[in-house]
Structures are given as structure tokens and as C-alpha cells.
Design a protein around this ligand. Structure first.
Ligand code: ADP
Length: 245
């Protein structure tokens, strides 16, 4: 598989404390790549570095043919095709599911532009396609308040995917979901991964086991082990530091 993103010798420091310490890894095209590890391992900081929210003290992040994106501002990184979903919800509750998707498709974060400008036929078709794969086409004229917790998460994932990113970064997308919703989210990520690599920070080990193509285990800022879930979960270092057995 082709490499979409290459992280090389990356260190992120906060007042001299290395939250990410000399990490090198790569995300492949079409991969569902999980970052796991105990609390404080550096997973979220690594996502923050990829999307430009924090700047590294050392190292580089190469994305497609864009060169080292650590030199770019956060919005420039988004424009080049790296989308990030945060744990904090970012849907607008006063407008419908469809209007939220329109907003995202336009990449203009104002409600006015959505209400008063027209999307192209291509954008409309893209929205309908994404509404179908996130399972919300029938609910497109509902307001987000009418959606379940899982449906709200899928709407947010859809709002990222409608922008056609090449990598999607997700921070604990199944937090607060039951098993059925979690599995549905995994199936959605599999569908998305046909077009877009997916990087997920996750605590739910059943979810990781069922849907990961690659797993990177971080511990105290360093990369401990990397591979497929089968290799990773039988590694004695992982059992010791992460699974605690
Ligand atoms: P994880 O996502 O694996 O739980 P984080 O990336 O959130 O870990 O944090 C890694 C370490 O860096 C933790 O010890 C955390 O306290 C520290 N850290 C994260 N962000 C900051 C910050 N903005 N300022 C200072 N320390 C931070």
C-alpha cells in the first residue's frame, strides 16, 4: 500500500516535557490506523501535531506531495486534505442535518452562506452520497437534537468526509456508544477507508480488534510496538504496559 503520511523522528515538548518522544510511523492509503496506549501516552498530542494544532520541537511530517506540513498553519493543513474530528461536538443545533452537511461541504463556517448560496450539482450529489453512507439520509430534515448520540457522531464524521479529505483523524469516535453503534461506526470507517485513510485514537479494545488494519502502541511518548492487532496484542511489552496482565 502507498504511504500517505510519514512521521519522522517527531518530538513534541511542553515546557521541556516530551509528550511525544522521537516517534516515527507511517499511515498507508486506505488504512484504518489506530493509536492506542495508556492515558498520557501521547496519542492526542500526536494527532494535534499531524493537524498542525501543536508544533513539534523536532522531526517532520510528510503528507503526499505537500512536503513537511509541520511548517504549515492548521488551516493550510486542512486545505491540503487532513481532516480532524475532535471529541467536542461541532454540529450546529439550530439547523437541519442537511444544512449542517451543506455548511461542511462549502467549508465556510457561517450559517448565512449556507442559507443564501447554492451548492453545485456535484456538491449536492456528494452530500447525498455521504448522508447515505452515514445512514442519515432519511433524517436529513431533522435537527441534530432529534438524533441519537451515535447518529450525531456519524453526522460529524460525514461533515468531515463530505470535504473529501485524504486523511481523517478521529479522537475516540465511539466514546459513549453501545456495542451496536460501535460496530456500525466501524463499518462506516471501512466504507470511508475505500477513499480516505483513517487515523483513530481509541480506548475501546474490541473496536480496535475488529476494525484495525494497523495498530501503533504508544507509551510515555514513545512508540512501543507497531503492527497488526494480532502481532501487537501478543507482544509482551504491550501486555505489560498496556493490558496490565
Ligand atoms: P493521551 O492522548 O495518550 O492520553 P496526551 O497526548 O493527551 O496523551 O498527553 C501526553 C502527555 O502530555 C500527558 O502527560 C499530558 O499531561 C501532557 N500534555 C498534553 N497536552 C499538554 C499541554 N498543552 N501542556 C502541557 N502538557 C500537556
Amino acid at each position: 500500500m502507498d504511504t500517505v503520511l510519514e512521521i519522522k523522528d517527531l518530538t513534541v515538548s511542553f515546557d521541556g516535557f516530551k509528550a511525544v518522544n522521537d516517534v516515527s510511523t507511517a499511515v498507508k492509503k486506505g488504512d484504518i490506523h489506530f493509536f492506542i496506549g495508556p492515558n498520557g501516552a501521547g496519542k492526542t498530542t500526536l494527532l494535534d501535531a499531524i493537524c498542525g494544532r501543536v508544533k513539534p520541537a523536532a522531526g517532520s511530517i510528510f503528507f503526499k506531495d505537500c512536503g513537511d506540513v509541520t511548517k504549515l498553519a492548521e488551516h493550510e493543513i486542512v486545505e491540503r486534505g487532513i481532516g480532524r474530528k475532535f471529541q467536542v461536538p461541532s454540529v450546529f443545533n439550530s439547523i437541519t442535518v442537511f444544512e449542517n452537511m451543506e455548511l461542511a461541504a462549502e467549508k465556510k463556517r457561517t450559517i448565512f452562506s449556507t442559507l443564501f448560496s447554492k451548492l453545485s450539482q456535484e456538491q449536492m450529489e456528494r452530500i447525498e452520497y455521504v448522508l447515505n453512507i452515514i445512514g442519515l439520509y432519511e433524517k436529513r430534515f431533522e435537527k441534530p437534537a432529534a438524533l441519537s448520540h451515535g447518529e450525531k457522531q456519524w453526522l460529524e464524521i460525514g461533515m468531515l468526509f463530505v470535504q473529501q479529505p485524504e486523511i481523517m483523524l478521529l479522537d475516540e469516535p465511539v466514546a459513549g456508544m453501545g456495542r451496536k453503534e460501535t460496530d456500525k461506526t466501524g463499518e462506516l470507517l471501512k466504507e470511508i477507508a475505500k477513499d480516505c485513510s483513517v487515523v483513530v485514537v481509541e480506548h475501546d479494545m474490541d473496536f480496535v480488534r475488529d476494525f484495525a488494519s494497523t495498530v501503533t502502541v504508544l507509551h510515555e511518548g514513545t512508540l512501543l510496538v507497531e503492527g497488526d492487532m494480532e502481532e501487537v496484542q501478543k507482544d509482551p511489552r504491550v501486555i505489560e504496559v498496556y493490558l496490565g496482565r
